[in-house]
Ligand binder design. Sequence first.
Ligand code: 7TS
Length: 410
Amino acid sequence: MSKTVDWSALRKDFPILDQKVHGKPLVYFDNAATSQKPRAVIDALVHYYERDNANVHRGIHELSNRATNHFEAARTRAAKFINAKSADEIIFTRGTTEGINLVAATWGAKNLKAGDVILLTELEHHSNLVPWQMLAQKTGAKISYIPVTGDEGVLDLSKLDSLLTSQVKLLSMVHISNSMGTVNPVEEICARAKKLGITTLVDGAQSAGHLPVDVQAIGCDFFAFSGHKICGPTGIGVLWGRQEILDAMPPYQGGGEMILTVGYDKTEFKAAPHRFEAGTPDISGPIGLHAAMDYLDAIGRENIWKHDQELANYAYEKLAALKNIRLFGPKQNRAGLVSFLLKDVHAHDVVTLADQAGVALRGGHHCTQPLMHKLGVESTARASFYFYNTKAEVDVFVDVVKEIQKFFGG
Ligand code: 7TS
């Protein structure tokens, strides 16, 4: 663990972690689904509702000015968080899912036609699959996939050149796989796509809060992430897009806040990002997210990443020493999670029994059903870590796994 950070002191910032579940100390290993929230984020939300609550962008009274300033300050902070060139490139969304749907509904509807190809990977979460399937159905575009090698969940990039045909208009891929823990070489893939004039989107749901993200260095055109997975509130996310691409995109939803002038026949829209934010937005969300981004960067995402990887490697090695276990995901450069199956035990049984021991895991297809089918399984059990988790908790978890194996006679 990094010596520059007092990890056990940080843990105390999370009130929720200090509790027992079924009489046992809570071990929260479901961080890929959602992270817990530090006191700083909870306080920012309480302060906003106690002192500053008003609608944004419309009032000229003091509270409305304050709410607007906090809301727009969060946009500037989000730009810095991912090294965007400007706050105008930051669109607030409900989360990663909405960010990808926004690109599909606006950029996709304008730029894709029958015969075009959308290139995805076999690792994608449903939120980076279903919007493209819906768009393909509407436009007649086709979808192709960069394959994974097998249980290691690594992309087979030897196939990339043959997949990058002149029909490909969009390449959309996950940065870190939520079910395998794979870290995709997004810089390399975006560079290869860019040479061919292909637009690129990176799904940063599992990466934004776990490692330093620089969208300019990645070289993508869109990057989407969710606030709730990075210590922020639920219901808020960020879609980043290159200014010149956003400027050429039609609006998403129509309504108040996104217009310059409205007549009975015709409407003129605002420039990005406001063009894409119709109606009263989630105001407390960006304010809580701002506090979360400050909190994470005070720790340093390079430190968080080291801690994540150390815990994941530790857990992986301990599980790999057991018999009758199938482990998924890469052996090298693994993100902060382990996905596994015990022989003859359903993943849901693992999760249910672990819960009785106070250990929160997730079992299922993790919204990557096609990937599960490709690997010949219905589901896996998954332990996913964050910086407030400890090796001692991993020890508890592995002991619980051993008990479950005994219980099922393994
Ligand atoms: N992309 C990836 C890679 C994800 O892991 C998730 C959520 C999403 C997109 C969607 O994010 P949302 O905030 O819009 O819902 N992943 C998970 C998970 O692994 N368990 O629960 C949700």
